[in-house]
Write a protein that binds this ligand. Structure first.
Ligand code: TTP
Ligand code: MG
Ligand code: MG
Length: 416
């Protein structure tokens, strides 16, 4: 008997969300395989790196010995079983899992493995949207073979491509990932989490009622703690309860745009495309000095450095074809204390002189009581010259200042 031709039943779009499993922790375990299966928490300082004993074994730091205000970036699944999760204070985590191993964070390694896994996926499916260090969306709609059923399984081709991607990531990195494949990004993001770690979850529209509706509202990317609390106050805990609510009522409660979106999302509808290159949020230039500089005594040199940074930034803007409305500065003082200030202008700027003027205005809001070791200039709220919506002059608008503590500001010198 011939297999039924069920390719027509597949949705037009097949979108994957791929997320690495316990990413930072898994990268560390490649280095320290003896920790496999143990509760391990990532987030320590350099001093928490393991020490090599004379017999060649390693001595690891334990969470119970930690003091400080650091937080866990992530933890192994064994540590999660003990109640230790991302963003938890390490001292609080130590109460729950005193024997857990603590390791320092090593971003360079994580970035290295991030590049490796993305390159491995790109060889199989090149339409990729980068969503951060350990996750991507992949548009699989046109990957060869994906719509071919295998035996009686109409999703056989989808499953085969997904396995190939997972294998390719594993070969390139020795790390496992979880993949969700559905007709859109919203559902795939949820699906990739449903069977972690090493998961593969494929959902079609027919699965929404059984797999999505029972979930807590927070599982939808876009429903944050505040919206979830408001929904809970209205007696809504699950996605299905949102779906059952009248759209008009949701709009009354949450406003036109968010209320309508809640209704669409709860029914698993989302048309956003997979965006293969992302626009930068901001562009910056910064420099660390060879020696710490004094705001008054080294004023001439600081002024030269600031001018050069603004010229370089203006060059970057010109080359990349951007302008921006928010100009910010970053200062790092001896002792690593970092201060930022920014200023949002009514109209976008791109010239060095304009950047310099805005940066100097930000500098007036900084108190200089220590020597400086780093200076940076940043421009955000980017647009392309000629964009109609770039300038947003509001009536009576004043430049908006951000990044400073509330209350009266100490008077400072007009510096470099
Ligand atoms: P996630 O993908 O959210 O988590 P994870 O990969 O550690 O675990 P899971 O298997 O559940 O996906 O985040 C990816 C990495 O980003 C994570 O390994 C560490 C870092 N991170 C933080 O630094 N702080 C945070 O609050 C979170 C959530 C993640
Ligand atoms: Mg992850
Ligand atoms: Mg992630």
């Amino acid at each position: 008997m011939a297999a039924p031709d069920s390719s027509a039943a597949l949705p037009e779009r097949l979108i994957a969300h791929l997320d690495m499993d316990a990413f930072y922790a898994s990268v560390e375990l490649l280095r320290y395989p003896e920790l496999k299966g143990l509760p391990v928490v990532i987030g320590g300082r350099r001093e928490h790196a393991p020490r090599l004993r004379e017999d060649g074994t390693r001595e690891f730091s334990r969470l119970r010995d930690y003091t400080g205000r650091g937080v866990a970036t992530t933890s192994t699944y064994a540590a999660r079983d003990l109640g230790v999760f991302s963003a938890m204070g390490l001292m609080k985590a130590a109460l729950r899992a005193p024997d857990a191993i603590l390791l320092p964070t090593d971003f360079d390694s994580y970035r290295h493995y991030s590049r490796l896994f993305k390159a491995a996926v790109a060889e199989i499916a090149p339409v990729i949207e980068d969503r951060g260090i350990d996750e991507i969306y992949i548009d699989l709609s046109a990957v060869p073979g994906i719509r071919e059923p295998v035996g009686f399984d109409p999703l056989g081709g989808v499953r085969a491509v997904a396995r190939e991607i997972k294998n390719s990531v594993l070969r390139a990195t020795n790390l496992s990932c979880s993949i969700g494949i559905t007709p859109n990004k919203l559902l795939s993001k949820i699906a990739s989490e449903l069977d972690k770690p090493d998961g593969l979850t494929i959902l079609t529209a027919a699965d929404i009622q059984t797999r999505i509706w029972p979930l807590a509202v927070r599982k939808i990317n876009g429903i944050g703690p505040k919206a979830a609390a408001r929904l809970a106050a209205l007696g809504i805990e699950t996605v299905g309860q949102i779906a059952a609510a009248e759209p008009q009522w949701l709009i009354e409660q949450f406003g036109k745009s968010y209320g309508a979106w809640l209704h669409e999302a709860s029914h698993g509808r989302d048309n956003r495309p997979v965006v293969t290159h992302s626009e930068p949020v901001s562009i910056s230039r910064e420099t660390t000095f060879e020696r710490d500089l004094h705001a008054v005594h080294d004023r001439a040199e600081l002024s030269r450095i600031l001018t050069r940074l603004c010229e370089q930034l203006a060059g970057d803007l010109l080359r990349k074809g951007y302008q921006g409305r928010t100009v910010g500065i970053k200062l790092r003082f001896e002792g690593f204390h970092t201060v930022t200030r920014d200023l949002t202008l009514d109209t976008p700027v791109a010239q060095a002189a304009e950047l310099l003027r805005a940066a100097r205005s930000c500098l007036k809001r900084v108190q200089f009581d220590k020597r400086l070791r780093l200076l940076g200039v940043r421009i955000g709220s980017l647009s392309h010259p000629g964009d109609a919506s770039a300038a947003r002059p509001r009536r009576g608008a004043r430049p908006v200042a951000a990044g400073e503590p509330p209350g009266p500001q100490p008077e400072t010198l007009s510096l470099f």
